[in-house]
Design a protein around this ligand. Sequence first.
Ligand SMILES: CC(C)(COP(=O)(O)OP(=O)(O)OC[C@H]1O[C@@H](n2cnc3c(N)ncnc32)[C@H](O)[C@@H]1OP(=O)(O)O)[C@@H](O)C(=O)NCCC(=O)NCCS
Length: 141
Amino acid sequence: VSQKLNSIRYVSDTDSITADMLHGFFVGWPNPPNVDAHLRILQGSYHVVLAIDIGHNKVIGFINAISDGVLAAYIPLLEVLPAYQKQGIGKELVMQMLAALNHLYMIDLLCDPNLQPYYEKLGMHRGQGMLIRNYDKQNAQ
Ligand SMILES: CC(C)(COP(=O)(O)OP(=O)(O)OC[C@H]1O[C@@H](n2cnc3c(N)ncnc32)[C@H](O)[C@@H]1OP(=O)(O)O)[C@@H](O)C(=O)NCCC(=O)NCCS
């Protein structure tokens, strides 16, 4: 049995991305955005890094940032598809994103406590934040 190795490419533009390349994300979300909304999220972001499985022509990991372009950026989403986790793809996405945002003063994200060690290893610091979630808007419709 021959096993084809996955070839992963990292890109930062959405020109060649279609909604049907975005299936499988938002794992565990009760009311997730659909693939069309996901594509709009990426297109509307200040910066994105996408990990693409070239052989399967699908996005298997992504990170996005929104920003004023002057002082501050916020990283709302980072996800690697379950079958591709624990291979360093998340780390590469975060490192490429932080490098792209390095000209800005504030780079913030929120995460659950169990992920704080993950981001600490990538050079980020613990902080405290406040938030509102309108759960009826979670699917972006
Ligand atoms: C978080 C997530 C993006 C990590 O992606 P990944 O590709 O599996 O992570 P990597 O393989 O790059 O891991 C990099 C390092 O972090 C470590 N790590 C992974 N998950 C971790 C966790 N929960 N806590 C601490 N360290 C963790 C890995 O062991 C690895 O360490 P190493 O470099 O010393 O070997 C992925 O688990 C995911 O998509 N989770 C669901 C969505 C989510 O929680 N997103 C974050 C929202 S804030």
